[in-house]
Design a binder for this molecule. Structure first.
Ligand SMILES: NC(=O)c1ccc[n+]([C@@H]2O[C@H](COP(=O)([O-])OP(=O)(O)OC[C@H]3O[C@@H](n4cnc5c(N)ncnc54)[C@H](OP(=O)(O)O)[C@@H]3O)[C@@H](O)[C@H]2O)c1
Length: 327
């Protein structure tokens, strides 16, 4: 089969389309003919050996797929060949075939296209778990989302609105601000890029959130985190989602002064440990999709051979919503 393969550690330009044997499903696994694979930040990290998993080379990156079940292992009873499924893998999605544990596959509703299904799972799964399970976001609370036009950011906007929060979207450009507004943000804050004065950013937040922020959704880190943490109202929650701008080291005394919580969110590990709760969250998300309250923003599509370009765009801060490779 064809796959987009990493033969050596390096950036997206080191990936090549090559031939490898089709993966064979184990007894509790299914083999999926991949139709679409969404790009995620771990794809940037794994090919440079900077991710928690370091697969043997050559391997294909790609964690979030949608496709058609091709064959099933001997112990699989609840999925049959021909069904449309979506699944989250550790890697291997940028290929014609992939295998996934049957227990981790979700049937794709008829109303959802493959590309949408591929873009649905990680972003909404993470943002729902973060806002509901970890932050207990309440109607009327103020939610500040950083990197709000990105994958997890756009999902957080829609879910924040659906949960009744007042959503303030933080982004780095006017164009990204328009996307955030289209996705339902009540207010948009355009923050500076590069080296900037944290006090200036803190002032911007104060202007948009005069009563303080109840929940900060932070997938970017870096110099942005401390001013956002300082902007929390007493009892606020700062959700630690990711570090596209670097790992920050804010002073601990802020947690005491604000009576606030700095809350780690690790969706993938939570799913492994709580399969039942994950299924409940997935059902709620599919319900919201059915009602039209959430809809993945697939902004660009790429063929497999242009997968490296998709990963490059994500790494270079140029992605809006989700980028999807069709196979
Ligand atoms: N904790 C979890 O369970 C979990 C799950 C999924 C993803 N994540 C993490 O969440 C983060 C975001 O993922 P994503 O898929 O939403 O990525 P994405 O679509 O690329 O969005 C990330 C956003 O970060 C902002 N950003 C700020 N500084 C940046 C920089 N130096 N380089 C690139 N982007 C920068 C960009 O928005 P602006 O230009 O507007 O600032 C960009 O839109 C990643 O670190 C990912 O690993 C964590």
């Amino acid at each position: 089969m064809k796959a987009l393969l990493s033969y050596q550690s390096g950036g997206p330009e080191t990936l090549r389309v090559g031939e490898v044997p089709q993966p064979v499903p184990g007894s509790a696994e299914v083999q999926i003919a991949v139709r679409a694979c969404a790009i995620n930040y771990p794809d940037v990290l794994i090919i440079e050996d900077r991710y928690q998993f370091k697969p043997e080379r050559p391997f294909a990156p790609g964690v979030e797929i949608a496709g058609v079940v091709e064959s099933i292992g001997a112990d699989v009873t609840d999925i049959v060949p021909g069904q449309r499924v979506m699944a989250v893998l550790h890697w291997g999605g940028l290929a014609e075939f992939a295998v996934a544990p049957a227990a981790k596959c979700t049937l794709i509703p008829d109303t959802m296209a493959f590309e949408e299904a591929a873009a649905f799972q990680v972003t909404y799964g993470t943002s729902y778990h973060a806002l509901v399970d970890r932050a207990a976001l309440k109607p009327g609370e103020t939610l500040l989302i950083l990197g709000a036009s990105g994958g997890v950011g756009t999902a957080a906007i829609e879910l924040g609105v659906a949960l009744g929060a007042r959503v303030v979207a933080g982004v780095s450009s006017t164009a990204k601000g328009e996307v955030a507004r289209r996705y339902g943000a009540h207010e948009v804050l355009i923050y500076p890029t590069g080296s900037f004065d944290p006090k200036y950013f803190a002032g911007q937040i104060k202007q948009h959130c005069p009563g303080g922020v109840d929940v900060v959704y932070d997938p970017i880190g870096g110099a942005y985190s401390e001013p956002a943490l300082r902007s929390l109202a007493f009892g606020g929650r700062h959700l630690v989602i990711g570090f596209t701008a670097g790992i920050p080291a804010p002073p601990w005394n802020l947690a005491l002064l604000k009576g606030c919580s700095i809350v780690g969110v690790f969706w993938g590990v939570w799913v492994e440990r709580n399969p039942q709760l994950h299924r409940q969250n997935s059902s709620k998300l599919l319900e919201l999709h059915q009602r039209g309250a959430i809809r993945p923003l697939v902004s660009e599509r790429f063929p497999l051979s242009e997968g490296p370009l998709a990963i490059r765009r994500l790494a270079d801060r140029q992605a809006i919503g989700k980028l999807v490779v069709t196979v």
